[in-house]
Design a protein around this ligand. Structure first.
Ligand SMILES: Cc1cc2nc3c(=O)[nH]c(=O)nc-3n(C[C@H](O)[C@H](O)[C@H](O)COP(=O)(O)OP(=O)(O)OC[C@H]3O[C@@H](n4cnc5c(N)ncnc54)[C@H](O)[C@@H]3O)c2cc1C
Length: 498
């Protein structure tokens, strides 16, 4: 195999390190390593023509829209994304305030500004608050099982449904109200599926669910776009460190490879790209999404990963999240409205969906976030996760627009004119989904340990030529991704004696 990694960067001292993927995990690792004098030989191989991965801001509808990550969750001092964003002066004054940083949200999404039922009426606010309190109370209770030797049921979904079934048995209201309560709860299940990036909470293991650390701080956004963060990190790297349009095909990680252009030393790793280019290295840091790893596990590593690592990849779940942007000439919502919840009255978390997806996919939508007013229009952003989200990917933007215009006309505004729509599908080619969780609920996965255990199983020994900034620690949110790459890089530097 011919190698093309012959350029000796910097002074040529120190190990040669390759980073695969230039999402925030790859960029974070590269930034940390580049800052260290012992790492002049660094390359980042990126499959696409841009850096940032699932962080992608575009100009659209007369403003900035986030096709991928939207919020900094828990923006406070313990959050490295917040720290970086503050350092680069990318946040608003109020989001930097101590008051904002100290606000405890419990990690839960705020209440909807308004809830519309599918029959066109708005749902009583008190009923929505009561169901939100029940749902999030039960979700908090799942933390009790974190260190339990035995869980009552395998998955978060099964636990929530068991508890809801018990409570619903005691509801004394009229049948219609009881049904509406379940429909509202179903909407909260859909929301939680978006937060966890899963098709169903039944797929998310109960015991490790509480491992996610919730940081204080009221979620905030980037006025100029999230991508400002990855652009700044990229700008801090030496020129030409990132090689674009270089999809990696196979990582040969246990050999002795020579550089084609020199008779110098040998390297334990050879990274082979789709176009035939090969890059020899001492170490490779793999930051491709878990969904990609799952799909290409049999061919991506040569030799195959040890059984324990391969099992860790198989046992973690990875799901699909999508956004849909709808543009209106005139808003039909109130000026202070932030989040419009849509409640399908014929749904219940206690009933499985049996209809074909083409007829019901839009019922998985959590509703719409109202984006700040843009100069030329008013924009709503819908969120949808799971198989319904994947089904939506098979539809044209026109079909999505048609379905959602019908939904909106039905639930709230009969005369709504939706000017255009845009989905975030463009992200998915190399991202393969959006969030990581630990599978549970299926018999084969019941013995899975806490996420951290599986994560540690996947993170390879720092002495190994093949490294991962613990992709499973990408759980849900990218703050963890940067954090884990940063910590991991520090530990590698230490072990390599740098
Ligand atoms: C719609 C959506 C909304 C989200 N909202 C939020 C949010 O509000 N807040 C939040 O904190 N998080 C959010 N997330 C999650 C967040 O975006 C991700 O957790 C984070 O960006 C992942 O970063 P990463 O570097 O680990 O992976 P990625 O960003 O996926 O980067 C991986 C990189 O590897 C490249 N790659 C893939 N295969 C190869 C290959 N074979 N060779 C070379 N390169 C390869 C990809 O092109 C990509 O650039 C959201 C995600 C989505 C999809």
């Amino acid at each position: 195999m011919e190698s093309s990694g012959g350029r000796a960067e910097g002074s040529g001292r120190g190990p040669r390190v390759l980073v695969v993927g230039s999402g925030i995990a790859g960029l974070g690792a590269a930034q940390r390593l580049c800052r260290h004098p012992a790492f002049p030989q660094l390359r980042v191989l990126e499959a696409t023509a841009r850096a940032g991965g699932r962080i992608r801001s575009e100009r659209g509808f007369g403003g900035v829209v986030e096709l991928g990550a939207h919020w900094i969750h828990g923006p406070s001092q313990g959050n490295p994304v917040f720290q970086l964003a503050a350092k680069y002066q990318l946040l608003r004054e109020k989001d930097l305030s101590e008051e904002n940083q100290l606000t405890e949200t419990g990690g839960h999404v705020g209440l909807p500004s308004v809830s519309y039922a599918s029959s066109g009426v708005s749902v009583n606010r008190e009923l929505v608050e009561e169901m939100a309190s029940l749902f999030y109370g039960l979700l908090d209770q799942t933390r009790e099982f974190l260190h339990a030797a035995d869980a009552p049921v395998p998955s978060v979904g099964q636990y929530l449904k068991k508890e809801i079934r018990q409570r619903a048995a005691g509801w004394t209201e009229h049948e219609e109200t009881r049904k509406l309560k379940l429909a509202v709860l179903n909407s909260f299940f859909n929301l939680e599926c978006c937060v966890s990036g899963t098709h169903s909470m039944d797929l998310v293991a109960l015991v490790p669910f509480g491992e996610y650390t919730v940081l204080p701080g009221l979620d905030c956004t980037f006025p100029g776009g999230y991508q400002g963060l990855t652009n700044h990190i990229m700008a801090s790297l030496p020129e030409d460190v990132i090689v674009f349009n270089k999809p990696v095909k196979t990582i040969h990680w246990s050999g002795s490879f020579q550089e084609a252009s020199s008779l110098g030393g040998t390297f334990p790793v050879l990274v082979e790209c789709e176009d035939g280019a090969c890059f020899p290295a001492h170490h490779v840091i793999v930051t491709v999404p878990l969904g990609f790893l799952k799909e290409h596990l049999d061919t991506f590593f040569e030799p195959p990963l040890p059984t324990e690592k391969a099992e860790a990849i198989r046992k973690m779940g990875f799901g699909t999240n999508n956004k849909i942007f709808l543009e209106f000439e005139e808003p039909f919502w109130e000026p202070d409205c932030q989040y419009i919840q849509v409640v399908w009255e014929d749904t219940s978390p206690l009933q499985d969906v049996t209809s074909e997806l083409q007829h019901v996919w839009f019922k998985k939508l959590i509703g719409f976030l109202v984006l700040p007013s843009f100069e030329s229009g008013h924009v709503l952003c819908g969120f949808i996760a799971g198989l319904e989200s994947e089904f939506m990917e098979t539809l044209s933007d026109e079909d999505v627009l048609l379905s959602l215009t019908q939904v909106l006309r039905r639930v709230t505004a009969p005369d709504t004119v939706c000017r255009g729509s845009h989905t975030s599908l463009v992200l998915l080619h190399h991202a393969r989904g959006s969030a990581v969780w630990l599978e549970g609920g299926r018999p084969a996965h019941r013995s899975v340990g806490p996420t951290g255990t599986v994560a540690r199983a996947l993170a390879l020994s720092p002495a190994s030529p093949l490294l991962s900034p613990a992709p499973p620690l990408q759980c849900h949110r990218e703050a963890d991704t940067v954090l884990s790459s940063d910590r991991q890089c520090l530990s590698w530097l230490e072990i390599w004696g740098c």
